[in-house]
Design a binder for this molecule. Sequence first.
Ligand code: FAQ
Length: 311
Amino acid sequence: EDPALLAAFEARIAAGESIEPKDWMPERYRKQLTRMMAQHAHSEIVGMLPEGNWITRAPSLRRKMSLIAKVQDEAGHGLYIYCGTETLGVDRHDLFNQLLDGSAKYSSIFNYPTLSWADMGVIGWFVDGAAIVNQTVLAKASYGPYARAMVRICKEENFHKRQGFEICATLAKGTPAQKEMLQDAVNRFWWPSLMMFGPSDKDSPNSAELLKWRVKRKTNDELRQRFVNLTVPQAQAIGVTLPDPDLKYNAETKNWEFGEIDWSEFWEVVQGNGPCNAERLAARNKAHDDGQWVREAALAHAAKRSAKSSA
Ligand code: FAQ
């Protein structure tokens, strides 16, 4: 690569300019963004499955409407971010195929099962809450199409988080059985939610490059700490206990310090051995196969129309 081009590129990043699809960029920058954006898009699509599991069992029409809207938003986010990756010169069909054949990564959090209705509340509260912390910063990423996608997506994630927290607040005021169901969901999702931010900084091979090029603007650990600081008071407000005996406030740093994350569990899930990895991939593959006739019909229809208009 031409060192002069690279220097000009890095000067633009340092000046806070946004990089657009037709601008020159180093191959590594293109590769890193494609990797990260594709993983993000896949996460949105796979992320529909744990919640989709509860649409038919939502406890009221109002809850069902909100949950359907949320899951539909996630499909939209996925498609929007796939479009973003296409601005980098990749074909989304290649990305789909990598998801379907199991070679692509997506967020570890979606490999955990959703066992009760309270899980819908806790996913909105923790998982969308974590996504907002991460994506608010990505909205200032140096790559224009990704940053703009994040601005729009964060607005919807805020609605998702509120619907989740409202479910939790309602259960927290409910019967003893409802409170117990909520506490159980919090116990199961707390640690996996902290893992969403990725490995600790010392074990994060991509961070240095992404920070240098201002794709990331905060490290994994910085964002994880921010999420904990925001979430602890919310848990206190509705009277649930976070499952970490080491959680304590440090008045000097103003941080809620937390216990050690089980990194062996994290890497197991990332490597495909989590509780639901196989189930999620099977569900995506089945949906893809079941949709084959729709794609064929759409292509046949398009071919007929273009034959007619050229006749
Ligand atoms: N799960 O070097 P780093 C949502 C991989 S939100 C799986 O630190 P990086 C909304 C990582 O890819 C969730 N794999 O990596 C929603 C890398 O592997 P590679 C999606 C993980 O990129 C809510 C290796 O470990 N959000 O979907 C995870 O610097 C509710 C080393 O890690 C995004 O994708 C993990 N948790 O930092 C939907 C946001 N963490 O590729 C439905 C954009 C790390 O070298 C319902 N992405 N890995 O083989 C990011 O911000 C970053 O990519 C990180 C990872 C922070 C996830």
